[in-house]
Design a protein around this ligand. Structure first.
Ligand SMILES: NC(=O)c1ccc[n+]([C@@H]2O[C@H](COP(=O)([O-])OP(=O)(O)OC[C@H]3O[C@@H](n4cnc5c(N)ncnc54)[C@H](O)[C@@H]3O)[C@@H](O)[C@H]2O)c1
Length: 246
C-alpha cells in the first residue's frame, strides 16, 4: 500500500498507459479520479478499480478548472497529478502535417500541462506538497523522422518538467516525467501508420530488450516516482524504454 491515503488525478486514465497507472495506484491504496475525454472508457476503468470517472478535455480551460474542482469535491483534496492524456498526428513529412493536426497535438500534449498547472499548482503550494508526473516519450529524447511535431511536443514536455521542478521545489512539490518507448496501447497503430507484422518488427528492432512497453511497465515507474519513496527525486525524465535511447 505505497500510496495509502493519497489522492490522484490521472488524465487519459480510460485507456492504455493511463488505465495501467490507475489500476496500480488504486491497488496501492490511492483514491483516483480518472479524467478522460472518453467518458465510457473512464467509467469502465472506474468500475474495475473503485475510482471516480470524470469527463474532461485537458486542452479546454473550462473543463480543466471543472476537473480540479470536481476532483477536490470527490476526494477531499489532491496529492498527485499524472498528465498522461496525449495524442499524435499520423506519420507524415513535416510539411504535410495539417495545421489543424499540429494545433490539436500541441493543445492536448502541451497546453494541457499549463492548464493543469494553472488550476492545481496554487492549491499544492498552499499545502506545501504534491507530486506531478508528465507522460512524455522517447520520441522527445531521440526523435525519428515522420512523427516530427509529435516528437517536438514530447521534447517540450521534458523541458516543462524540468522548469516546473526547479520552480516548485521550494514549495515541496516534485515534478518528474516518464519517457515510454512504443507500447501495446490503442495509440500504437497511429504511431506506426499501419499495424502490420513488418511495421511491428521495424519498431521492435529499435528496442534492445526486444519487446514493446506495457501499461504495467509504466505503472511501476509511475508508482515509484509519485510515492514518498521518490522524495528526493524531482526534474527527472525517466526512460521506460528497454534501452531504446542508449
Ligand atoms: N503507446 C505508445 O507507444 C506511447 C509511447 C510513448 C508515449 N506515449 C504517451 O503515453 C500517453 C498515453 O498514451 P497511450 O498509448 O496510453 O494512448 P491511449 O490512446 O491508449 O490513451 C490515451 C487516453 O487519453 C485520452 N485523451 C485523448 N485526448 C484527451 C483530451 N483532450 N482530454 C482528456 N483525455 C484525452 C483518450 O481518450 C485515451 O483514453 C500519451 O501521452 C502518449 O503520447 C505512448
Amino acid at each position: 500500500m505505497r500510496l495509502q491515503g493519497k489522492r490522484a488525478i490521472v488524465t487519459g486514465g480510460g485507456s492504455g498507459f493511463g488505465a495501467g497507472i490507475v489500476t496500480r495506484f488504486a491497488a496501492e491504496g490511492a483514491q483516483v479520479v480518472i479524467a478522460d475525454i472518453n467518458f465510457e472508457n473512464a467509467r469502465e476503468v472506474a468500475q474495475d478499480t473503485g475510482g471516480h470517472a470524470l469527463h474532461a478535455d485537458v486542452s479546454d480551460p473550462a473543463s480543466v478548472t471543472n476537473l480540479v474542482a470536481e476532483a477536490n469535491d470527490l476526494m477531499g483534496g489532491i496529492d498527485i497529478l499524472v498528465n498522461n492524456a496525449g495524442i499524435t498526428h499520423l506519420p507524415a513529412l513535416m510539411e504535410d502535417v495539417s495545421e489543424e493536426d499540429f494545433d490539436r497535438v500541441f493543445a492536448v500534449n502541451c497546453k494541457s500541462v499549463y492548464l493543469m498547472a494553472r488550476a492545481l499548482v496554487p492549491q499544492l503550494k498552499g499545502q506545501g506538497s504534491g507530486a506531478i508526473l508528465n507522460v512524455a516519450s522517447t520520441a522527445g529524447v531521440s526523435p525519428r523522422p515522420k512523427l516530427n511535431w509529435y516528437n517536438a511536443s514530447k521534447g517540450w514536455m521534458n523541458t516543462a518538467t524540468k522548469t516546473m521542478a526547479v520552480e516548485l521545489a521550494p514549495s515541496g512539490i516534485r515534478v518528474n516525467a516518464l519517457n515510454p518507448v512504443a507500447g501495446e496501447t490503442p495509440l500504437l497503430a497511429s504511431f506506426m501508420g499501419e499495424d502490420t507484422p513488418e511495421m511491428r518488427a521495424k519498431f521492435l528492432a529499435t528496442i534492445p530488450l526486444g519487446r514493446f512497453s506495457t501499461p504495467q511497465d509504466l505503472a511501476n515507474a509511475a508508482l515509484f516516482l509519485c510515492s514518498d519513496e521518490a522524495d528526493m527525486i524531482t526534474g527527472t525524465c525517466l526512460e521506460v524504454d528497454g534501452g531504446r535511447c542508449i
